[in-house]
Structure formats: structure tokens, C-alpha cells
Design a protein around this ligand. Structure first.
Ligand code: AMP
Ligand code: MG
Length: 520
């Protein structure tokens, strides 16, 4: 097939002059050319229909041998030179130096319907940035990335996308629980797609090397292709860039909070400059509404990246981006101002989002108190976030006494909901009911609006794990079932009602269902 290839990143930015594939510290470059590793016996397990259409690939093409070969490392697209990006990052609060695409290889940029898409294989073999790792990915983490990135897109959360999921036929050694028990797992490759994969860390590494010439080139390139709305020139354009990235990142993280997504590894190398969710590793979905929860075992001690702190971590990461951009601006004040704006707007955006989650669409003075009380109550006893907000839409004005029947399915243990807690819920619903009286809209309309904000179906941790367990046995049907269901997360889908349930008991402490390691 002929693609409309328009490579801008690799043509307009400086490349590493060395083309041999060995680990090294790279200087004065934005990327290194490297070819994907050939795979033994590749098989495509799934193709995203929406992404196929976005890219303008025909149904026949995605079933062709060529598609299989390109998406699994065995063929390079004609007239292209794949490459790995050079970036650094702050990991868990500390500068980690050079990181880079250790196992992601960018194939090309394809333009279709005036949209630019960079295509990248994750798990396609070693690169100059692989450090002491193998450049590969296993099936379990690839299923998780594939399903979740498409699910997030359908939830309306800004995200990188996925085109295909494939097994390689190669075996990959992993110590999944970091307990000294390594085992071979099935190797896999996800083809990821995004307008660009530039991260905060791409700027940070150039700033760290005092490579201001390339830092400027990268910032100008980013503005030209991805922030065309920035009209300022010179220094002001970089301040505008920081403001715009802050705005987009804020909107992304507020969406995470809305749907209960916990990224798990919000290092600055995992922050897209486009404000898209990127790098699905040990992420998880809130089941019981607990602000202190993180799915990542590596973070279990300090819980830096727990659900409740995500918006503040985005701000911390934006400070690192501001530091990286500073040499282009050489003034602290405008950068500080941009970040102060985040600080001020984030509280307001969060409050507004929560208010709409409970079906209040006109702004009233004391709504934040109602939210504050609710968040406290939701954490008194284990309460399922998704089920609670979805069920709340069934509440009817003037029927406060029905509250228990409406939300009881959200409680993990009904014995917890007695006496004091029951009374507090009762009081809250009385206040909620009184507040609803001031809204213009009726029960039906409120329910419709709430159901467009509060998803019914999310990729609960145990669901992904079930798909992984089946896939390990060679049964890939659950991947498709979950993929189909997650296309319409806000719709009632009676055929999938069995997935609208709390996490089953067996999954409470099972690896992959409650906690995940970074091993992938
Ligand atoms: P992460 O925090 O998982 O996004 O990864 C941090 C860094 O480690 C990035 O530079 C990745 O490219 C690199 N990395 C992760 N896994 C591997 C692997 N299996 N082989 C090579 N590099 C890896
Ligand atoms: Mg990463």
C-alpha cells in the first residue's frame, strides 16, 4: 500500500550521526536511527477499527502480509528510516538523565484527512536507549496498553492510540513480581499512534546538556506542527507553549479524575507535550473510591502517584518543563505566572467536574461543600466509584428516602453501612435533594447528562487480567469482547451487563488486579 508519508520530526530535527545500534549517551540530537528487530513467528491478534479508519487503511490491507510484516518489525515501510527518540526525565521526583525510546521505534508519520499520525512500534527491540533492558514487551502489558488506550479515547480522555496488537512468536524473560522468579512470557508488539510522541523529557534532556540550539529547534518544531494557535513570536512563543501545555495537561488530568484512572508512573518522560495520556504501564482504575490508592507496586511506599495527587503531580511536572524551557526565555516571571494559573484553575476545574458528576449543572455557592461531604463519605466504607456515580443518576427529586436502594450496589460490604455511616448518607441525600430542587432540569434530563459524564463500563483491573489469562492460553476472544464493550462506555449495553459489577472478591489481592509492577 502507498502511504502518504510526511516525516517532519526526523527531517526537520537533528539526528544522532551514529547509526549502529549499541547503547550510548547521545548528544546534540533529537533521535537515533534504528531498525526494528525481526520477529520469529508474528501474528496480529487485534486491529482497532476506528484507528484503521483514521489512518485510511482498507479492511483488506490490515489483513495483508505486508501489514503483518510492518507492524511486527519484519519490514520497514518503503523509503522510510525508523528511529528512536532521545529524551530524559524525572523519575519519582529525581532527575534520571538520559532515558529515550528504549523499546519504542517510530516508523513514520502518515497524513490522512489532513491529520498527522506518528506510528510507533512498542516492544520492537533494542535501541541506543535500551540501557540494561531488552527492548521487548510481553503480551500481558501489551494487551493492557492496547485495550486501555482505545478505551480512554472512547471515554473522551486525550490519549495516544493503538492500531494493532500482535504476538511476536519470541519468548521474553521477565520477573513479573520482582521476587527473583523470572519466567518466559509471550513477546508482543503494540503499534501506537499519536500526532506526536514528544514528551516533557525531550526538552529536559536538551536543557540538561545545555544544547540550547536544539532545544530551540525542538520548541519551534513543536509549536509549528502541534500548537498552530500560538501566534506569539520569539520568547513569548515559548511562554505561550508552556501555558498551552499546562491547559491541555490540566484538562487531561481532570478527565483522569472524572473516570477514576490512575496512571501509576507520572514521570516527566511519561508526560506527552500534547497533553495526552501516554505510556500505559502499571496503571489502574479506582474501584473503591480511595484517594490514596496507587496500582504501582514500585510506588507503594510513598504513593507519590496515587489518585488524589495526580493533578498536583502534573503541576510538578510542568515546573520541570518550565525549567527546561527557561534558557529560551531567560525570565522567571512569565513562567511562574503560567504555572500559578494552573494552580488557581485546577481547583476550580476539579470542583466543576465533580459538581457535574453529581448532576448539578448550574453553579451555586455551596456546591463545593456538598462535594467535600460526598468525598468524605465515599471513603468511609469501601464504595465502588463507577457504580456509585452511575447509580446516582437514578435518583429522583423529592425521593431522598430511596437513596439506599439506589446506591447499595456500590458498597463492597453492606455490613459497613450501618448506624453512623447510614445516618450520614441519609443527611447527605437530604441536602442533595434540596439542592436538586434549585436545578431547572428534571430527573430524566439530569440522568441523561450524568450518564454522558459517568461511564458505565471501564477497564477494571481484573477485566484486563481475565483477558490476559485467557490470551496466555491462546484464547483471544475476551480481548475483542472488552474492546467492543469499551467503545461505548457511556451507553447502556444489556449484553455486557455482567461487566457492570464490583471487583469480584478473588481479584482483591491478585497480582495484576490490584497491584502491578513496572515489569512489562
Ligand atoms: P517507563 O517508565 O516504563 O515508561 O520506562 C522508562 C524508560 O525505560 C524508558 O526510557 C523506556 O524506553 C525504558 N524501558 C522500559 N522497558 C524497557 C525494555 N524492556 N527495554 C528497553 N527499555 C525499556
Ligand atoms: Mg515511558
Amino acid at each position: 500500500m502507498k502511504f502518504n508519508i510526511q516525516n517532519t520530526f526526523s527531517e526537520e530535527l537533528p539526528s544522532d550521526p551514529i547509526q549502529e545500534n549499541y547503547r550510548r549517551q547521545v548528544r546534540n540530537a533529537c533521535f537515533s536511527y534504528v531498525k526494528p528487530k525481526k520477529t520469529a513467528n508474528p501474528e496480529i491478534l487485534h486491529v482497532s477499527e476506528e484507528m484503521r479508519q483514521e489512518l485510511g487503511f482498507s479492511k483488506e490491507y490490515v489483513q495483508s502480509k505486508e501489514f503483518l510484516q510492518i507492524m511486527t518489525g519484519n519490514k520497514v515501510i518503503e523509503n522510510t528510516m525508523p528511529y528512536a527518540m532521545h529524551y530524559g526525565g524525572h523519575q519519582f521526583g529525581n532527575w534520571a538523565g538520559q532515558l529515550g525510546d528504549g523499546r519504542a521505534i517510530n516508523l513514520a508519520e502518515i497524513v490522512h484527512n489532513s491529520k498527522r499520525w506518528a506510528i510507533q512500534l512498542k516492544g520492537a527491540g533494542e535501541t541506543p536507549y535500551s540501557r540494561n533492558a531488552d527492548g521487548l514487551a510481553v503480551l500481558r502489558s501489551s494487551i493492557r496498553e492496547y485495550l486501555c488506550s482505545e478505551a480512554m479515547h472512547h471515554l473522551g480522555v486525550p490519549t495516544t492510540r493503538a492500531l494493532s496488537l500482535a504476538t511476536t512468536g519470541d519468548k521474553v524473560l521477565r520477573d513479573m513480581l520482582y521476587d527473583g522468579n523470572s519466567a518466559y512470557e509471550k513477546g508482543a508488539i503494540v503499534c501506537r499512534v499519536a500526532p506526536s510522541f514528544i514528551r516533557f523529557g525531550n526538552f529536559e534532556i536538551l536543557a540538561a546538556h545545555k544544547d540550547h540550539k536544539n532545544l530551540k529547534l525542538l520548541a519551534d518544531y513543536t509549536i509549528k506542527y502541534f500548537f498552530p494557535e500560538i501566534k506569539e513570536r520569539g520568547k513569548l512563543s515559548y511562554v505561550a507553549l508552556l501555558k498551552e501545555v499546562s491547559k491541555r495537561s490540566l484538562s487531561m488530568v481532570i478527565d483522569w479524575q472524572r473516570v477514576g484512572f490512575v496512571h501509576g508512573v507520572m514521570n516527566t518522560d511519561n508526560m506527552s507535550i500534547l497533553g495526552q495520556t501516554i505510556d500505559y504501564g502499571p496503571y489502574g482504575w479506582l474501584e473503591d473510591y480511595n484517594h490514596g490508592w496507587t496500582p504501582n507496586t514500585t510506588d507503594s511506599q510513598f504513593k507519590r502517584y496515587r489518585y488524589g495527587t495526580q493533578p498536583e503531580i502534573v503541576l510538578w511536572n510542568l515546573y520541570q518543563l518550565a525549567n527546561a524551557l527557561y534558557p529560551l526565555i531567560e525570565e522567571v516571571d512569565p513562567l511562574e505566572k503560567a504555572l500559578n494559573d494552573y494552580q488557581e484553575t485546577y481547583k476550580k476545574s476539579y470542583a466543576n467536574m465533580m459538581i457535574t458528576k453529581i448532576g448539578l449543572f448550574s453553579d451555586q455557592e455551596n456546591d463545593h461543600l456538598l462535594i467535600q461531604d460526598l468525598e468524605e463519605l465515599l471513603q468511609l466504607a469501601e464504595t465502588d466509584m463507577t457504580i456509585f456515580f452511575r447509580q446516582l443518576a437514578n435518583f429522583k427529586k423529592g425521593k431522598a428516602s430511596d437513596w439506599y436502594a439506589i446506591i447499595k450496589d456500590a458498597f463492597y460490604n453492606l455490613n459497613d453501612i450501618e448506624n453512623d455511616i447510614k445516618n450520614r448518607w441519609n443527611d447527605w441525600f437530604l441536602k442533595y435533594d434540596a439542592r436538586l430542587e434549585k436545578e431547572q432540569i428534571g430527573d430524566t434530563q439530569r440522568k441523561d447528562q450524568m450518564n454522558n459524564i459517568n461511564p458505565k463500563y471501564v477497564l477494571r483491573n481484573y477485566m484486563a487480567q481475565l483477558a490476559i489469562d485467557a490470551a496466555d492460553e491462546g484464547d483471544y476472544s475476551l480481548i475483542d469482547e472488552l474492546y467492543m464493550m469499551l467503545k461505548r462506555p457511556y451507553s447502556e449495553q444489556p449484553e455486557y451487563e455482567k461487566w457492570f459489577v464490583k471487583r469480584p472478591d478473588w481479584a482483591r489481592d491478585k497480582a495484576g488486579c490490584s497491584m502491578l509492577s513496572c515489569s512489562s
